[in-house]
Design a binder for this molecule. Structure first.
Ligand SMILES: Cc1cc2nc3c(=O)[nH]c(=O)nc-3n(C[C@H](O)[C@H](O)[C@H](O)COP(=O)(O)OP(=O)(O)OC[C@H]3O[C@@H](n4cnc5c(N)ncnc54)[C@H](O)[C@@H]3O)c2cc1C
Length: 374
């Protein structure tokens, strides 16, 4: 059986049993079957409990996953951000400790970068970490917009380990366990969609057990990770985008909206732009030397996905403004898929670095334009 057939058969079989699986149990199911971490780079990738796959197979898996309608992955921060960072900057001991539980789908991670005073300007991080005398650090400060913090078992945190240091200096990339009552408090933030994927995280002497890449090298490690967030993982994401576009096209055909020449032109433009993004992603796949590639990718997909959300509600017409079920105090946020897409995609040009920041990176590091005044 070829790789695509194996992937499709496994997904069809498992989703037939549980079409809407509990997201956490689903992670373990994927892990037990060896589907997590197949994209991890490195010669000895399989020694961390994952199975190695060629680049083509990774793309095929992502395509089949998106096509199958399987739930959004809860473990993507651990698999796609933390794991490649550890593989690049971590010690062998750290890789052996943290990668196998991620590959088994047992450990969920969250990303503690942003703070109330440090978003686009991440070098403004103020969360401080001091040695705790037991080989770790006591971390105190506030993180915000931390996706999945309520469910995560571990968090990687950017914190200031050199007292009095400023900007990019004196930062470290620390690992801490989330289950620390009294030292870590997570407060969910209600989003436009009514759900709370992201949270505020208050750290009060929270114990971080490890530093990745050496104390004081946090900026380099954090930036290496951000390039992953903006770049390579977008290929899999685009395959999901293609499915969403197909659904909008199908809705437009079914409702007759596709007969409107303006809507037709918009649908065709979305299709052509998606094809351009796919080619950009394939061209730059695995390339690490091009400083502009991740920023170009982020700029392309953020705006594209937002425009798709706008088109989806336009295709739905006036009826699309009404919720699928009457809203109640308990369930004020029943949304159609189109409404959810429209509302959630407002965030796409913000997280992972806003559009303005991507343009600054391209201007300064690729085009060599003068740095903007700070
Ligand atoms: C859905 C979602 C999930 C997120 N998940 C996480 C997570 O898991 N972990 C995490 O750490 N963070 C997360 N974030 C936070 C995200 O990284 C920040 O929102 C982002 O970096 C922008 O920072 P900010 O919100 O503080 O906005 P600000 O930095 O205050 O920016 C406000 C506006 O000013 C513009 N701006 C700022 N500086 C400049 C400049 N120099 N030149 C031109 N324009 C500028 C920005 O483009 C933006 O339009 C998430 C955000 C969202 C929306």
């Amino acid at each position: 059986m070829d790789f695509r057939t194996r992937a499709r058969t496994w997904l069809e079989g498992h989703l037939a049993h549980t079409p809407a699986p509990d997201p956490r149990a689903w992670e373990r199911e994927l892990g037990q079957a060896g589907w997590i971490g197949i994209g991890w780079p490195g010669e000895d990738g399989e020694s961390y409990g994952n199975r190695r796959a060629t680049l083509t197979e990774q793309v095929v898996w992502a395509e089949e996953y998106a096509r199958s309608g399987a739930p959004a992955r809860m473990g993507h921060i651990g698999e796609n951000l933390l794991a490649p960072t550890l593989i690049t900057y971590g010690t062998e001991e750290q890789k052996n400790r943290h990668l196998p539980p991620v590959a088994r789908g047992e450990t969920l991670w969250c990303q503690g970068y942003s703070e109330p005073g440090a978003g686009s300007d991440l070098a403004g991080v103020r969360t401080a970490a001091v040695p705790d005398g037991a080989g770790g650090y006591a971390v105190t400060g506030q993180k915000i917009w931390t996706s999945l913090a309520l469910d995560a078992d571990w968090c990687f945190v950017l914190a200031r380990t050199a007292p009095g240091s400023t900007r990019h200096h004196g930062l470290s990339f620390l690992l801490l366990e989330m289950d620390q009552p009294g030292r870590i408090e997570v407060r969910p933030i209600r989003q436009l969609t009514g759900t709370s994927e992201f949270n505020e995280v208050f750290l009060d002497g929270a114990r971080a057990t490890e530093v990745v890449g050496g104390e004081g090298n946090g900026w380099q490690v954090a930036m290496g990770l951000l390039a992953l967030e903006r770049g390579v993982s977008t290929l899999a994401q685009q395959i999901g985008f293609a499915e969403e576009l197909n659904q909008v096209v199908a809705a437009a055909v079914a409702s007759g909206a596709a007969d409107d020449p303006v809507i037709r032109a918009r649908l065709v433009a979305q299709w052509a732009e998606l094809d351009t993004m796919r080619r950009h992603a394939l061209r730059t796949l695995g390339s690490t030397g091009d400083p502009g590639a991740p920023s170009v990718a982020k700029l392309l997909w953020g705006g594209w996905h937002q425009r798709l959300g706008e088109l989806a509600v336009r295709v739905a017409g006036e009826a699309g403004a009404i919720g699928p079920e009457p809203w109640t105090a308990q369930r004020p946020y029943e949304l159609t898929d189109a409404q959810h897409l429209f509302l959630f995609s407002r965030a796409d040009t913000v997280y992972g670095g806003s559009d303005e920041i991507q343009r600054n990176i391209i201007a300064e590091r690729v085009l060599g334009l003068p740095r903007e005044p700070r």
